[in-house]
Design a protein around this ligand. Structure first.
Ligand SMILES: NC(=O)c1ccc[n+]([C@@H]2O[C@H](COP(=O)([O-])OP(=O)(O)OC[C@H]3O[C@@H](n4cnc5c(N)ncnc54)[C@H](O)[C@@H]3O)[C@@H](O)[C@H]2O)c1
Length: 263
């Protein structure tokens, strides 16, 4: 066997790692999704910013470098027709399907397990897990059916709670645990088709979502070795790495971005 040292190629890192790629981000109108759009645009990608809240997605557009080339679209990840419509508009508005996907849209509804009602529990699953499945399937079909010779990459935003669980977060934690195992299954199925799938497990990140969980935040804080909450861009930088060829040998990985919580 040839010594690997003889064949190693270290590429000089280009400043823009995603130039020419079309990236679809769900939940791009706020928090982590918005930061992902900003970092991916900085890296040269053309953004399809999608959100159930079109106004919020349009506001994200105004924050992106190279504004003209990006688009904002309404998409409810729970609705297959809405998801298919967005995939069709990619052909019309961008001339090609997206080859990069960030599944970031999410909600959380909390309540003790003895009290939570069926609808509240189900809402976590519908957006965070079923929605992620619908978008992933439509994205992969559209990329593979296009015949475009482009490597694909998907990053799913799960949560550290998908690994640890948390009091009063039963539906949310279960949905995120589902995202972790769905990531690994999709990763196994799609790697041979040149689509890499990985996920990120954020801890508590300063966004509108976590602002709504003040009690949880305080309980968490003393357990975070870095002694602070994360910033959306600190998750987005990891997402950009996982979408780029810099992570070309990573498949089915779950990367924790938690400041050290629950190591
Ligand atoms: N903030 C945190 O502490 C934290 C921690 C771990 C994981 N996460 C995950 O990160 C992701 C982003 O969270 P965030 O903190 O940025 O929240 P956020 O509330 O700031 O943003 C969520 C976005 O998702 C959109 N959305 C909600 N339902 C949707 C639907 N049905 N279809 C399309 N879009 C929809 C919202 O309009 C919003 O723009 C979520 O999946 C969340 O579970 C967040």
């Amino acid at each position: 066997m040839a010594a690997s040292a003889d064949t190693t190629t270290i590429t000089t890192t280009p400043s823009c790692t995603l130039t020419g790629r079309i990236a679809l981000v769900t939940g791009g109108g706020s928090g982590i999704g918005r930061a992902c759009c900003q970092v991916l645009a900085r890296e040269g990608a053309r953004l399809m910013v999608t959100d159930i809240n079109l106004q919020a997605a349009k506001h994200t557009l105004t924050l992106l470098p190279g504004g003209q080339q990006h688009v904002a679209l309404a998409m409810d990840v729970r609705d297959r027709r809405s998801v298919d419509d967005v995939m069709k508009s990619a052909h019309d508005q961008c001339g090609a399907p997206p080859s990069l996907l960030v599944n970031c849209a999410g909600v959380f509804i909390t309540s003790p397990i003895l009290k939570i009602d069926d609808d509240s529990w189900q809402k976590n699953i519908d957006v965070n897990l079923m929605g992620l499945f619908l978008v992933t399937q439509a994205f992969a079909r559209s990329l593979l059916e296009s015949g475009i010779d482009s490597k694909g990459a998907i990053v799913n935003i799960a949560s550290i709670m998908g690994k640890t669980g948390l009091t009063e977060f039963s539906g949310y934690s279960a949905s995120k645990g589902g995202v972790i195992s769905l990531t690994k299954t999709c990763a196994a199925e799609l790697a041979s088709k040149a689509i890499r799938v990985n996920c990120v497990l954020p801890g508590v990140i300063d966004t509108p979502m976590s602002a709504n969980a003040s009690e949880m935040r305080e309980n968490f804080k003393r357990l975070i070795p870095l002694d602070r909450f994360g910033r959306p861009e600190e998750v987005a930088e990891v997402v950009a790495f996982l979408l780029s060829e810099r992570s070309s040998y990573m498949v089915g990985a779950c990367v924790e971005v938690t400041g050290g919580y629950a190591m």
